[in-house]
Design a protein around this ligand. Sequence first.
Ligand code: DON
Length: 320
Amino acid sequence: MESVVERYLARIESGCLPLGAGVVADYIPELARVDPDRFAVSLVVHDGHIYSVGDSDTQFTIQSISKALTYALALRECGVDVVDATIGVEPSGEAFNEISVDHSTRRPRNPMINAGALTAAALLIRPETMPTAPTTRQEWAPHLDAAFARILDFYSGCAGRQLSMDAAVYRSEMATGSRNRAIAYMLQSFGVFPPHPQATVDLYVRQCSVRVTSDDLAVIGSTFANGGVNPRTGRRMVDGQIARRVLSVMTTCGMYDGAGDWVTSVGLPAKSGVGGGILAVLPGQLGIGVFSPRLDEHGNSVRGVRACRLLSEDLGLHMF
Ligand code: DON
């Protein structure tokens, strides 16, 4: 029988479906092949129960939502001091793919824009654990494979099921991603990271190509809402301090140059991806996953933003 929450989510769906604005990302050619009209909302409450409406079992690529997860894993593996010495926590007010570095600190401004996300991925390749640091892209390759295996394991633990990579989207971004290569070489010139820039881009593009559903995003959100413990599996993925740090940076930087508008109107930590996903969190209570592929000018899902806004207004979720 349909629950009251599901009936409410069906109302959210009818409030969002008429919105026809926005365009599907096509700068990664494979992303242009998705059905632009797909729509799903999922909620995971504190006991781990999932409520969803729409295409909640449709898989799409996680894209930039991965940045929050890789940042969490870098904090877990390398510690806050190493990560803070390498990546800032200040909102940049810039587009996600800006060729950007803070000239005074020589660090990327935050882990949610591509420059900071590439750097977080580079930290996971961990050259300091190797007897001699590799030099060529080929020599870095096995370390990259090992780092991606840890990333996939971490994302899967947060989602509570085994996730996998969409190889077609991965190949499509690798074939066209000059902007990320430019950012990686620029960062290397600033001495930000030692691994080979191409290996770093490869790892980052793999993480962006991990397939999720809106249910997965909501479970991942609930893991962070729950202080780092997945409420469905009971598995601790990060400690409470790291969960708090990641949610703080999502609040200020997760929606890029749309962050100010988002925080004032929706008031929840969130992270968007050009695959059309949005992950939002009400700390202590709720994980939210939304999917709709048409994007606004910031690269955020148009209907996804509307759905979160409606949820926040109707249920009084705004944190302030
Ligand atoms: O690096 C890129 O351009 C993509 N793999 C991810 C960008 C993204 O999702 C931005 N978010 N809305």
